[in-house]
Write a protein that binds this ligand. Structure first.
Ligand code: TXE
Length: 496
């Protein structure tokens, strides 16, 4: 198979799309010569084929990462790691339009959102570049006869498995802390969206990273993903994806070499609007909370609770707002919502819409396919949703929101926490006391007040309960990629 193809986007014109596996800073075919068909979700047409990694390719990539970890990369100073990362950030910034266009083509997200994602990758890389030479241990004073210090050492070879909803951003979140702390990586992209990471891979080499430090492979979860999770020479695995697969990965880690595990999984996040909220603002944030990235967001505000005093007014105004969301061609500058990522996701979401109808919830808006080509779904609002309905309990991962009414603060705290997930939540109120009280009570890794989806690379992000283990972003993420070593030195004197 060719290791690159010429593709076109309306933003960039013709560009060269790598299609191989990026191992040891080189482009290679898969050992078994298998390929993955890549589909444009806006047109349902085939974009190209990329190499599929199987178990044998994972072995080769892990060997490359191990060699780098124990060889050249180990000798690179922390400051130089930061320098490489800054160079990479510059290259990503310089090629922002290209990466964003590839992202829109492959994932279906609107070009303006894709640009935002790539911009956030630049910020994340620069942030973690700054950490590279600030990973410090401690000296610990115990007695006069000895001297003790700790080192924060890299864990080793890391396996990283990312999903399709934010292909570039998840790559950035995973790359930053792993590389800043001196690890080496084998990263598997999602089979639905391999393209932007392959374009990014060229910049890794151009930035000057030694071979084997960061390897990127395309592959299926059950093949390459499973090989990574159960690999005996991978020291740590970081995963973003479904809770079901998160469990599988943890089991594989446990029954192989007990590799360290961090997981960022699903969510069913409550978005709570009190009577005293600025209603116009609240509606904008509720709309953004659920429909951003077409609802394909682990922290999507998919359960909306509105206090009874403003409920009717809220629903009427929310419908009006959601109807105005521009759904359509991802390459139009004003598009807000593009297609869902795949036929499978489209079918899953339509299945949830049917379940909502069957269980007796009211469709206040949407509920159907948008257009007749591509995996587009109308922004959908369900009202009269009760706590036990599937659409209130399960992650839909599409432009579908479940709305319910509440009376009191205590009641909505209980409703908000009535989920196996605990990724995010939001509170809309003008009363600071209510905001702080409710934020403290909600069992979620992030709580937004009078806003939604305000993620930033300086702020830790991750889940309570079944939404995950560990935190990404911020200083907190460094802990996922370092391990503590205590060194104790006897200062002569006493012999035991
Ligand atoms: O996810 P999977 P899917 C949720 C969301 C969505 C549902 C299903 O609710 O509707 O998951 O999506 C790899 N061993 N999220 O099926 O399968 C896979 O190749 C190792 C939430 O697409 O979890 C891909 O790279 N890896 C989420 C990644 O896991 C395996 C984002 C995610 O795919 C594997 C995506 C295996 N056995 C979906 N099976 C979020 N937290 O943002 C699959 N993979």
């Amino acid at each position: 198979m060719p290791l690159s193809v010429q593709l076109k986007t309306p933003i960039t014109g013709e560009y060269t799309q790598p299609t191989g596996l990026f191992i040891n800073n080189e482009w290679v075919e898969g050992v078994d010569k298998k390929t993955i068909e890549v589909i444009n979700p806006a047109t349902e047409e085939v974009i190209c084929h990329v190499a599929e990694a199987t178990e044998k390719d994972v072995d080769i990539a892990v060997a490359a990462a191990r060699k780098a970890f124990e060889g050249e990369w180990r000798k690179v100073t922390p400051q130089q790691r930061g320098v490489y990362m800054l160079k990479l950030a510059d290259l990503v910034e310089k090629n922002l339009d290209l990466l964003a266009a590839v992202e829109s083509l492959d994932n279906g997200k609107s070009i303006s959102m894709a640009r935002g994602d790539v911009g956030a990758v630049v910020g994340t890389l620069r942030y973690y570049a700054g950490w590279a030479d600030k990973i410090e241990g401690k000296t610990i004073d115990i007695n006069h006869e000895s001297f003790h210090y700790t080192r924060q050492e890299p864990i080793g070879v890391c396996g990283q498995i990312i999903p399709w909803n934010f292909p570039m951003l998840m790559l950035g979140w995973k790359f930053g802390p792993a590389v800043a702390t001196g690890n080496t990586v084998v990263l598997k992209t999602a089979e639905q969206t391999p393209l932007s990471a392959l374009v990014f891979a060229n910049f890794i080499k151009e930035a000057g990273f030694p071979p084997g430090v960061f390897n990127i492979i395309s592959g299926y979860g059950k093949v390459a993903g499973a090989a990574i999770s159960s690999h005996m020479d991978i020291d740590k695995i970081a995963f973003t994806g479904s809770t079901v697969v998160g469990r599988t990965i943890m089991k594989a880690a446990a029954s192989s070499n007990l590799k360290k595990v961090t997981l960022e999984l699903g969510g069913k996040s409550p978005n709570i609007v009190f009577n005293d909220a600025d209603i116009e603002q609240a509606i904008s944030w509720v709309n953004f909370g659920i429909y951003y990235n077409h609802g394909q967001c682990c922290c999507a505000g998919s359960r909306v609770y509105v206090q009874e005093g403003i409920y009717d007014k809220f629903i009427a105004a929310f419908k009006e707002r959601a109807e105005k969301n521009n759904v359509g061609d991802p390459f139009h500058e004003h598009t807000f919502q593009g297609p869902q990522v795949s036929q499978l996701q489209y079918d899953r979401i339509m299945g949830y819409i049917e379940a909502g109808k069957k269980e007796g919830a009211t469709i206040a808006l949407g509920g159907n396919r948008h257009g007749d080509k591509g995996y587009f779904i109308q922004p959908t609002i369900f009202t009269n949703v009760t706590p036990n309905m599937k659409i209130m309990q399960e992650e839909i991962f599409g432009p579908v929101v479940a709305v319910a009414k509440f009376k009191t603060e205590d009641e909505v705290i209980a409703l908000g926490n009535d989920s196996n997930y605990g990724l995010a939540a939001a509170v809309h109120t003008k009363d600071l006391n209510t905001a702080i009280r409710v934020s403290n009570e909600l069992r979620a890794g992030t709580v937004w007040v009078n806003s939604y989806n305000m993620l930033h690379h300086q702020l830790p992000f991750g889940g309570y309960k079944e939404s995950g283990i560990g935190r990404e972003l911020g200083e907190a993420a460094l802990a996922n990629y370092t391990q503590n070593k205590s060194v104790s030195i006897r200062l002569g004197g006493a012999i035991f």
